[in-house]
Design a protein around this ligand. Structure first.
Ligand code: C5P
Length: 224
């Protein structure tokens, strides 16, 4: 069967990464969480007090950042590493969530991340989720999915996800963060979040994760 690229874009907390991971496992494909890459850059910028308004400082920081994905042999989950350190937990913090959309709007940051993402998907056989995968990173992806979900459902899902990591965050705070990121991600100048013309839209509000996965697998199989 032909190996394809599956691009899954959409708003935060629509169920993109859970579905993308499962689809990749089922097809034996590589899974790339592009949001984790922007989060890792943001974590580095926070920890190293990088001034976002200083292009030289941003360039220097980007030169010093190496992001890798390594499968945890115990859990089977693919985890994010920043300069050799496992940051899978730290990049999901509220501190990073509050800053990531400002960092990811920077032209220099996007350029470096998009280059790396294209390299990772060069051999096809990849499922990548994010905001601009179908529109910019892989405009030639054989399957493009655009995910949406009711705003309140998204906020509740994010709260549950954070709780599972013992991170108790108030629902209003989560809603404010989602609103803030939705606004920045959809209105930024460079490659804003939008549905590619040839993307299939899936509203996950009333879908179980199993239904989401099944729908994507069915679409993918029809493209192989
Ligand atoms: O997917 P996740 O919610 O973890 O992404 C975090 C942030 O990274 C998004 O809110 C967005 O600002 C940025 N992002 C992006 N382009 C992508 C993936 C994520 O700008 N392809």
């Amino acid at each position: 069967m032909k190996k394809i690229v599956i691009a899954i874009d959409g708003y935060s907390a629509c169920g993109k990464s859970t579905a993308a991971k499962a689809v990749a496992d089922e097809l034996g494909y590589i899974y790339i969480d592009s949001g984790a890459m922007y989060r890792a850059v943001t974590l580095y910028f926070i920890e190293n007090y990088v001034n976002l308004t200083n292009p030289k400082a941003v360039d220097k920081a980007l030169d010093d950042i190496q992001i890798t994905f390594i499968r945890n042999p115990k859990t089977g989950a693919v985890e994010t590493y920043l300069n050799g350190l496992n940051v899978e937990y730290d990049i999901r913090s509220m501190e990073v969530s509050l800053k990531v959309s400002e960092v990811s709007a920077l032209t220099q940051v996007r350029k470096v991340m998009v280059e790396q993402q294209r390299r990772m998907g060069k051999k096809r056989g990849v499922v990548m989720d994010g905001r601009d995968i179908g529109t910019n990173v892989f405009p030639d992806a054989e399957l493009k999915v655009f995910m949406t979900a009711d705003f309140h459902v998204r906020a509740e899902r994010r709260q549950k996800e954070l709780l599972e990591r013992d991170n108790l965050v108030n629902l209003d705070e989560i809603k404010a963060n989602l609103r803030h990121r939705d606004k920045l991600d959809t209105t930024r100048e460079e490659n804003p979040l939008r549905k590619a013309e040839d993307a299939y839209e899936i509203d996950t509000t009333h879908l179980t994760i199993e239904e989401e996965i099944e729908e994507i697998i069915n679409l993918a199989t029809s493209k192989m």
